[in-house]
Design a protein around this ligand. Structure first.
Ligand SMILES: Cc1cc2nc3c(=O)[nH]c(=O)nc-3n(C[C@H](O)[C@H](O)[C@H](O)COP(=O)(O)O)c2cc1C
Length: 312
């Protein structure tokens, strides 16, 4: 499924963020594999239009679809539906820390109910027409990643992404990679490193310790889809060049156009959060952000950006 080469670079699934436009932008900038926002298995079998829209991957050949749920039967049905969309793989979310999700026993809630987690994973594996992967965390309250890895492998899943935090930690504290020691024992399973990888040097130092693993990037790609090519260049032994203003602007322009094509005028509003990230830490950016966050006019926004002098 994944390229047999090591060190595939993946865009992490992020609800409200990894929609088709952002996935395309990241692919164009070096992401090998991308994953949809998480899709509710129940929403899917109930035919929710909002949920079905999340499955749109028609023009992408490097996209996996992520589902979450806690009922094996519902997950089985959802796996069958998703398979018809022919994604690269179905990824099962066993790590989401959102209160509503864990309360229902889905996402990270599965790590408190390992027997049910096993049934959920099996149901998807047995009913999917495409490969199945799992994205998880190191535990719920504390680290029992060895046991989690064992259970996932038992179900036949051979591609596992681990975010090195517990569910309880949410996004706080520092991700650890202690789980890699145990994971490295299994030649038949592809492991994906995730958590706090936000620069090429960080990726490189992890890959020098675990050269057979893949890398998954979430927040590090916000406003910085260039991170994927930076890592690729660094891995090839070249120095990643700073992104020029013209390239930066051309990616933003493309991102806006994809958002407008996909969402219509609402794309301008949805693009605001991305602009917050693209402009983060840039000189004089407050003024320009204030303008962009109020404007609904694409041409006006592009004009202001074209005149924006980053070195201001
Ligand atoms: C806004 C946001 C939404 C997220 N949504 C999902 C999701 O839908 N599914 C999932 O498995 N993880 C989700 N995550 C977690 C990320 O995929 C990733 O595991 C986490 O951010 C750690 O990686 P990072 O440090 O590279 O961001 C989300 C994270 C953020 C910040």
């Amino acid at each position: 499924m994944f390229s047999p080469k090591n060190n595939n670079l993946l865009l992490a699934p992020m609800a409200g963020i990894t929609d088709m436009p952002f996935r395309k932008i990241c692919t164009e900038n070096g992401a090998d594999i991308v994953i949809t926002e998480m899709v509710s298995a129940r929403g899917l079998i109930e035919g929710s239009t909002k949920t079905l829209r999340l499955l749109y991957i028609a023009e992408e050949n490097n996209a996996g679809i992520q589902i979450f749920g806690h009922e094996p039967l519902v997950m089985a049905k959802a796996a069958k539906i998703i398979s018809r969309y022919n994604p690269l793989f179905i990824d099962i979310n066993t790590g989401c820390p959102a209160k509503k999700v864990i309360k229902s026993g889905s996402g990270g809630g599965l790590l408190r109910e390992l027997d049910n987690m096993r049934e959920v994973l099996k149901a998807v594996v047995e009913n999917s027409g495409v490969p199945v992967t799992c994205k998880t965390r190191i535990g719920f309250n504390d680290d029992y990643s060895d046991e989690i890895i064992d259970i996932i492998r038992e179900t036949g899943i051979k591609t596992i992404a681990v975010h090195g935090r517990t569910v309880k930690m949410g996004f706080k504290g520092i991700a650890n990679y202690n789980w890699c020691k145990y994971a490295s024992k299994f030649d038949d399973t592809k492991f994906i490193l995730n958590g706090d990888i936000d620069s090429a040097p960080k990726a490189l130092s992890l890959l020098s310790a675990y050269p057979e693993m893949d890398i998954m990037i979430g927040r590090g790609a916000l406003g910085n889809p260039f991170i994927f090519n930076d890592i690729k260049k660094t891995l090839e032994g070249n120095t990643a060049k700073e992104v020029s203003f013209d390239i930066w602007l051309s990616i933003i322009e493309k991102h806006y156009k994809l958002m407008l094509d996909y969402y219509g005028d609402y794309g301008i509003i949805l693009m605001r959060k991305h602009m917050g990230w693209y402009l983060k830490g840039m000189p004089q950016s407050k003024k320009i952000k204030d303008f962009i966050f109020r404007s609904n006019d694409y041409n006006e926004i592009m004009k202001v950006l074209q005149n924006y002098d980053r070195i201001a």
